[in-house]
Write a new protein. Sequence first.
Length: 522
Amino acid sequence: MMSGPAHVAAWSRAGLVALALAIGAGSASAREAEVRRQLKPLLAIVSLSAQRVTIYDAEGKTLQAPVSTGSTGYETPAGVYSVVQKKEMHHSNLYDDASMPFMQRITWTGIALHAGPLPGYPASHGCVRLPSAFAQHLFQITAVGLRVIVVRDDITPADIAHRALFRSPPLPPSWEWPARARDGAGGQRTGVAPARSDPGFADAAHLAMLKATAAAKVAEAEGAVRQEREARRVALRKAADASAAAQLVHAVETGHGKAEAQLKDAERAVETAGPQAKAQAEAAKLKALAKLEETRAQLGAARSNAQPKLDAATRADEEAKLAAAAKDGAEEAAQEAARNTSPVSVFISRKAQRFYVRKANYPILEGPIAIRNPDTPIGSFVYTAVKNLNPSGEMHWKVVSLYRAGSGGHREQGQRGRTAAKRADAVPADVAGATAALDRIAIPPDALARISAVLLPGSSLIISDEPASRETGKDTDFVVLMSGEPQGGLKTRRREPRFRDDDFFFGGGKGGGGGGFFSFWN
C-alpha cells in the first residue's frame, strides 16, 4: 500500500498532463507505454519457497528478482508489512555493522529489503536481500508505505469484486479540473487538462479534490494561527493595562489606609489633649479628615478607571483561549485533510473481533465488527484498491491470499511449507476464499461511509484470523504475522529504542488491544 504523498494515487498530475499530450498525438503503443510509465508500484510480494520478489503496479507484474531471505533460526516471517523507512546507505546495528545499501525497512526491529549477497538459498538474519542493481532501482521508484507481503509459496494478485469492498464517492458531473493542476513541470503553463475519458482521470480528480480540501484547511489553519497570535497579543496588552490599573488602585488603597490611620490618631489626640493643645489637635484632625476625603475620592476614581480595564483583560483572555482552541481545531482539521490525501488502510481481525483504520500510518478509527461464524477460521487476505474504473466511484480491486488455494488455510500451509519441495511457479490468489471472507464481515455503515469518502488507489483492506502484531505501532501501517510460520527473524531481534510499550496501539503494551480511536476521526 502506498502511504506517502508521492504515492497517494497511481497517477500524478504531471503524468496526467503527459498522458493527455500523448493521447491523440502518438500511436497506441506509445500511449500504452506512457500509461505504464506513470504507474507506481503497489505491492511487493516476497516468496520464501521460490526465493524471489515480484513488484506489481496497477496493470500487473512489472519487476522481478531473486532474493535471499532469513536462514534457519533467523527466518523472515511470513506476513503483511509496509515500508516504514528508506535509507540509501545503512549499516546494521545488530550484526557487525553490516552494510545494507538501498535499505527499505519493513519493521522497526530491523527487518528490511536491501542489497546484499545472493547465494541461491536463504542466508540472511531475517532481511530480504536483493540484487544490487535491482535494489537501487526499486529504491528510486518506491516510497514509504509500499505494501510488502511475505508468503510461503509465490502468489499472484487476482481480480476481485464484491459488494463489501469500498467505493470512492462519485465524481460530481459539474466538476472542473483546477487551473493550477494544468501547470507543467517547472511551473510553465501548459493549458492541458485531462478529459473525463482519459485513463486515470477519476483517480486524479478525486485526489485533486482531496488536495484542494487539504489546501483550504491549511489556509484556514494559517488564518487561525494569525488570529490566535493577534488575540494573544491583544490579551497581553490588555493584561498589562489592567495590571497597571490594579497597581494604581493598590497604591491609592495604601494611601487611603494611611489616611484612615492618621485620622484615628488625630481623633485620639483631640480626646487626650489639654486645653492649650486642644486647638492644635483639632486643626490636625481637620487636616487628616480632608486627606481621608481626598484619598477616598482618588480611590473611587482609580477603581472606576480600573474596572473597565480588568473587564477588558478578562474578555481578551477568554477570546485568546477561544482563538487558541480554534487554532488547535483548525490545525487538527488540516492535518486530517492532509492525511486524507494518502491511501486508507483497514484491518479486520477475527481474533480481536475488531476493525482498525489508519491513514498515513496514523490511527483514525477502530471498533467492534460482526463476523459470521466467528469461531471458524476466515483466512488471511490483502485486498488492494488499484484504480477507479469510472467517475461513478467503482473501484478495481486486487487480492492476495497468504496461502495457496486449496491448501486448507495458512496454518496447514505453513506447517507443510517447511518440508515441501521448492515451488517455482506462482499461483493466483485464492479468490474463492477471499470472497467467502468478505461474505462473513459487516463493517458498520458509518465507518464504511467515512472510509469510502477518502478512498484512493493504493488503499487496502486486510482480513485475517490473526491479531495485529506488536510491530504495529507509531509510524507504521498494520503488520500482521502468520502464526503458523517460523518467526526467527523477529524473535532474535530487540526493539529499537524508538517507542515505549504504551506507544503501541495493538497488543502487549499498556494500551493493549482495544482502545477508542473514534475520537481521532473528526
